[in-house]
Design a protein around this ligand. Structure first.
Ligand SMILES: *[C@@H]1O[C@H](CO)[C@@H](O)[C@H](O)[C@H]1NC(C)=O
Ligand SMILES: *[C@@H]1O[C@H](CO)[C@@H](O)[C@H](O)[C@H]1NC(C)=O
Length: 501
């Protein structure tokens, strides 16, 4: 009997082998669920997955400039993950999964952490960033570092350009902007150069490149994810979040990286009350739009092309069809232009303080202060393209003198703008979310430390992707995930990149 059964199994296996495809793992567009299934059914190993992404990087990075460094230790880490799986000591969805990190997220390994700048090349960090420590505990493989707009938003030169990374390109339309600052993370996720990626946001830096590269980006509530070991701009606004091809993947990554970190104690302690028991996966609900109250601030939807505008209209109809109460013609009351001047002025002060603190905490660095960085750029004008991009913002930041009476008042004013604007609107209409095109809600979300999730929404006449953002108040991740997931499942907009000229 047993022998007969074995024969039957052998026959089936022979048929499958002949068919070929049944055994082979589909690497392109692989989701974390597919990867874990592949690991379990034996069609995939972590080492094979790492080799696939390294090969993708070899082939595509000369065109896309999304990756600054690959980890020479990635294959060894993958082999170790495979061995752990064979011994059945492995657990969790990120185990054995190659993750690409924005180059401002520190790793205590062979990789450099430079925020794309040559000034930080050779600097040595004391430890992994808080989020990287969590990824390693989850068994993830660190694949490498993603390029970014240099100095995150500060030396904002050109979307996606850095001295070390070069010009990152949008894989859908090569001549279109990939946006920034987390350009490499968005491009790499979109073009299958990594399984999942991490980006960071101070104001728009996850939401915008996610939108422009047709990936899902989560900008978490301030302090939900640790900023320890992340090259900073403003501790009042900085946050680390996933950029992935699907909502489900992004939520898996979010689950792995949230939590208290004693090196970012105040913010992560304050936000830890928002982390739901059982994590975020429970909110991946197909009917997640049902009963949700979604506000549409008119002013954010102005100035888009005909196609994009009509696609957004269709999406609002889809949300209604899936049971959401969509309230149009709302007004946040506070315009982005009311925010930016005070926001930027506050950020300049905060940047000088926090970058100097970051540099002081390195075990070795060629530069020790913002003043040193400015001097470095002056000494390397060609490599840092000083003539094209200057370094006005760095100099303005250097001219600030800490947080005194004026700065405190400015920061209080920003909190008030958030309270009088987005927070008031959401309470008044009892909203679960506002929706906004692309990253257009980013200022409102930034100044309040509020979360947002961008989901692919469409492609314009030229084939350039655009996203839609679900934004909420601090701690609203559970309902934002419900809406984002239900919307993604209802629309399935994302397709792989076409590399049009
Ligand atoms: C294993 O799972 C993957 C999905 O991750 C699938 O593509 C593949 O065909 C499966 N192989 C076998 C032998 O079941
Ligand atoms: C880090 O930078 C140094 C140059 O300072 C370089 O030699 C090394 O290859 C870089 N590391 C990686 C992993 O690329």
């Amino acid at each position: 009997m047993a022998w007969l059964r074995l024969q039957a199994v052998a026959a089936v296996l022979a048929v499958l082998a002949a068919a070929g495809v049944a055994h082979s793992f589909e690497y392109h567009e692989a989701t974390l669920d597919a990867i874990q299934l592949g690991f379990r059914n034996g069609s995939l190993s972590s080492a094979a997955l790492v080799r696939f992404y390294l090969d993708q990087i070899d082939r595509l990075n000369p065109l896309l400039h999304a990756v600054i460094e690959v980890n020479p230790d990635a294959l060894r880490q993958a082999n170790r993950a495979d061995a752990e799986r064979r011994r059945r000591t492995a657990t969790g969805t990120l185990h054995g999964v190659p993750v690409l990190l924005k180059d401002n997220i520190a790793t205590h390994d062979a990789l450099n952490t430079t925020a794309g700048s040559l000034a930080l090349l050779g600097s040595v960090v004391k430890r992994d960033a808080g989020v990287v420590a969590r990824l390693r505990r989850a068994g993830a493989v660190v694949l490498g570092k993603a390029s970014l707009s240099e100095w995150a938003n500060f030396r904002i030169v050109k979307d996606g350009w850095s001295a070390r990374g070069g010009q990152a390109r949008n894989p859908y339309v090569l001549s279109a902007s990939p946006c920034g600052s987390s350009a490499g993370s968005g491009v790499a996720a979109a073009a299958n150069l990594a399984a999942v990626t991490l980006g960071t946001e101070t104001d728009g830096s996850i939401l915008c490149p996610s939108s422009f590269n047709s990936v899902v980006g989560i900008k978490p509530t301030l302090g939900l994810t640790s900023r320890a070991g992340v090259v900073p701009i403003s501790p009042r606004q900085d946050t680390v979040g996933p950029m992935c091809r699907t909502v489900s993947d992004a939520v898996h990554v979010l689950d792995a990286i949230v939590g208290y970190d004693k090196l970012d104690a105040a913010a992560t302690r304050a936000a830890s009350k928002f982390i739901p028991r059982g994590g975020y996966l429970q909110f991946l609900k197909k009917d997640g739009l049902r009963g949700k109250r979604i506000g549409v601030p008119n002013e954010l939807f102005q100035g888009f092309g005909e196609k994009q505008t009509s696609v957004y209209k269709q999406h609002l109809a889809t949300m209604r069809k899936h049971g959401a109460v969509v309230i149009e013609n709302l007004d946040i009351g506070i315009g982005s232009e009311d925010i930016v001047t005070d926001e930027w002025t506050a950020m300049l002060t905060e940047f000088k303080l926090s970058i100097n603190e970051y540099l002081a905490d390195l075990s070795y660095s060629p530069v020790h202060s913002l003043a040193d960085i400015i001097a470095f750029n002056k000494a390397h004008p060609i490599e840092e393209r000083l003539k094209d991009f200057g370094q006005t913002i760095l100099i303005l930041a250097q001219d600030t003198n800490g947080i005194g009476r004026v700065e405190r008042a400015r920061i209080r004013w920003l909190k008030e703008l958030s309270a009088k604007g987005l927070e008031k609107l959401m309470k008044e209409y009892q909203l679960d979310a506002i929706v906004a095109p692309e990253h257009y809600a980013s200022h409102h979300l930034a100044i309040g430390g509020h979360p947002g999730i961008v989901v692919p929404a469409g492609y314009n006449e030229k084939g350039v992707p655009f996203g839609i953002c679900f934004g909420g108040l601090q701690g609203y991740e559970p309902r934002l995930i419900e809406m984002a997931y239900a919307f993604e499942q209802a629309t399935k907009v994302r397709g792989p990149p076409m590399f049009k000229p």
